[in-house]
Design a protein around this ligand. Structure first.
Ligand SMILES: [Zn+2]
Ligand SMILES: [Zn+2]
Length: 256
């Protein structure tokens, strides 16, 4: 190497090292900074970004009595207006809270703004809810996320339901069976919300195909939001058609 090049090279190497060190320091800083509750930003004692118990206790509809089949918050009558006429194909359903502020903001950030780190605190809060209220006979063996269509997955780059399902499986010590349910059609529940029930169900009929590996298994179907319920119903039907012994629906948020 010519002598004249040495100072430059050394300077370059030093600059590179300084940059690497700065990067490492930033990474270390982020690790040392206490993780915070994503809603109130209070430092999380466990050092992991989890919803604090005060924010969980204040979630919309957290204490609501819910339909055991579809998780809809029940009114004073105590009967589910949806399942009364169209019984859900799920054996049971659990929702953390209603799809309303501030939970809806977290779900939208996870889903539409690449805030994938929000999946862990949402999964943790839902796991605690599931562990507290799941009746033992229906306890599933497998966690299956509601899949996105291939086009939507390509556009978003990740399936938020898979991220939540992964967190649930880890926390509840269940197996994740992400590839056992495939979506071949039918786009988001949102687009179907304005259609009458029969139209929604028709649009989603055959949108999912489940693997025969689910035969005889107890399955928890996981989604971020249950809006009309049409998507989860179609997915649950496919899982039943594949011979599953039981299907539960676990969602972070339920549209009231
Ligand atoms: Zn909080
Ligand atoms: Zn119901």
């Amino acid at each position: 190497m010519p002598a004249a090049d040495r100072p430059d090279t050394t300077a370059h190497t030093l600059a590179q090292r300084a940059h690497t060190l700065a990067q490492r320091a930033r990474g270390l800083g982020a690790m040392l900074l206490p993780a915070a509750c994503p809603l109130c930003e209070m430092p999380a004692p466990a050092g992991r970004a989890l919803l604090c118990r005060w924010c969980v206790a204040a979630l919309p509809g957290i204490d609501a009595r819910r339909c055991p089949r579809c998780a809809l918050a029940l009114g004073a009558s105590g009967t589910c207006r949806v399942c009364r006429d169209h019984p859900a194909p799920t054996d049971d359903a659990i929702a953390l809270a209603d799809y309303a502020a501030p939970l809806d903001g977290l779900v939208r950030a996870l889903k539409y703004r690449d805030r994938t780190a929000l999946a862990a605190p949402l999964a943790a809060a839902l796991a605690a809810r599931v562990a507290a209220c799941q009746p033992a006979p229906c306890w599933p063996e497998l966690v299956v996320p509601v899949p996105l269509s291939e086009a939507r997955l390509r556009g978003r780059g990740y399936n938020q339901s898979l991220l939540i399902a992964r967190g649930l499986a880890r926390r509840l010590d269940l197996s994740l069976a992400a590839d056992t349910l495939v979506r071949t059609g039918g786009d988001a529940d949102m687009h179907l919300a304005g259609r009458p029930r029969a139209g929604r169900e028709r649009a989603l009929a055959g949108a999912f195909t489940a693997s025969t590996r689910l035969r005889g298994r107890r399955v928890a179907l996981v989604d971020d939001v249950m809006t009309t319920g049409a998507t989860l119903r179609a997915a649950a039907r496919a899982i039943r058609a594949a011979g599953a012994a039981a299907v539960s629906a676990w969602v972070v948020a339920r549209t009231p």
